[in-house]
Ligand binder design. Structure first.
Ligand code: UDP
Ligand code: MG
Length: 323
């Protein structure tokens, strides 16, 4: 006999008024065919400036399994996912985007994977249609760099569309860092993950919230959050340069002793100065990245501030929330 399992679907939403209703009807079509599971939506309104929240409230009055948490401002998707996970109670938790780029039709396959014994089942896109060549190239470079520098390995094309067991969700939540890089965290906690490939889907409505610069910063944070390899690189660079300098000093010393003092090369001096200056700046920059992370973490500010929700009882972070 089957017992009904509960599944929470977490959906971060930022200015998604165009697509939310479509998302809900499309997802409902899929969920209505699934038996033995009870679904609950937890929409996280990440400080949207459009009608997202009122659409969510509207959905919540029409269906009793629709819940929302609304942030006091835009805290970014990482915070929205965290808020959803923190407030979830289901035996399983699904995280997916609101823009239908994560096909709800994959949910039955994901549930099946958990029945097969996997702790987690995640989607991986095999194509990047609708994305610029430069962006794809940078993305591939990021994965290569990340996997080289850090101990965890990120799967190419992995997206934030996954189902996780309660145990895994609790593990993810036990990582208390304020600056969260979920792709890394999901990999770091381990657990058996099944990967489901799918063809990239373009957004039916609305626009992407990512700028190129935003992605770049995200990539740097992703590496520095999981590895101190760049710091070691700085040490290694210092060592190699010192070694060269030492050899050069010996050569010059011997030359001076044998041939007397030569007219010093102005260009060589300038080049050496600029080169070393550059290396020093870079090293300070890398150090700075880490100090910045330490600084932000030591403040231990809440990851998000919720303003309104129809969930009861509220999670810890949202003690200041009112209904
Ligand atoms: N999102 C969010 N907060 C943000 C930016 C995005 O909650 O600050 C949500 C957004 O509403 C969507 C998901 O994160 O559900 C993915 O965003 P988007 O589609 O813009 O990213 P892309 O698919 O282009 O990577
Ligand atoms: Mg999208």
């Amino acid at each position: 006999m089957f017992t009904t399992k509960t599944v929470d679907i977490i959906v971060p939403c930022y200015n998604e008024e165009d697509v939310l209703n479509l998302f809900y009807t499309e997802t409902e079509k899929v969920l209505n065919k699934i038996e033995n599971y009870a679904f609950r939506y937890i929409f996280v309104d990440d400080g949207s400036r459009d009608k997202t929240l009122s659409i969510l409230k509207d959905l919540a009055t029409k269906a009793d399994n629709v819940f929302y948490i609304s942030f006091a401002r835009n805290f970014k998707k990482e915070a929205a996912m965290y808020a959803g996970l923190k407030n979830s109670t289901g035996d399983y938790v699904i995280v997916m985007d609101a823009d239908l780029q994560h096909p709800p039709t994959m949910i039955p396959d994901m549930l099946r994977a958990t029945e097969e014994g996997y702790d987690c089942c995640a989607a991986r896109r095999t194509s990047r249609t609708g994305e610029s060549k430069i962006r794809s190239a940078f993305s591939r470079m990021f994965y290569r760099l990340h996997n080289r520098f850090t101990d965890i390995s990120l799967v190419q094309g992995a997206v934030d569309f996954r189902i996780m067991s309660r145990q895994m969700v609790d593990a993810v939540l036990s990582l208390s860092e304020v600056q969260r890089f979920s792709k890394g965290i999901f990999s770091w906690v381990g657990f058996d993950t099944k990967w489901l490939p799918y063809e990239n889907v373009e957004r039916p409505l609305g626009t992407t919230k990512w700028s190129f610069w935003g992605l770049f910063k995200y990539a740097i944070d992703g590496i520095t959050a999981f590895s101190v390899a760049p710091l070691r690189m700085v040490s290694a660079m210092g060592f190699v340069i010192s070694l060269f300098a030492f050899i050069y000093i010996i050569i010059t010393l011997v030359q001076t002793l044998i041939f007397g003092i030569d007219v010093p090369g102005y260009v060589t001096t300038l080049c050496a100065l600029l080169f070393l200056g550059g290396i020093i700046e870079l090293s300070i920059g890398i150090l700075g990245e880490y100090i910045g992370h330490i600084y932000m973490e030591t403040k231990s500010r809440p990851i998000y501030i919720a303003k309104q929700t129809n969930l009861k009882p509220l999670g810890k972070e949202s003690d200041n929330a009112k209904n």
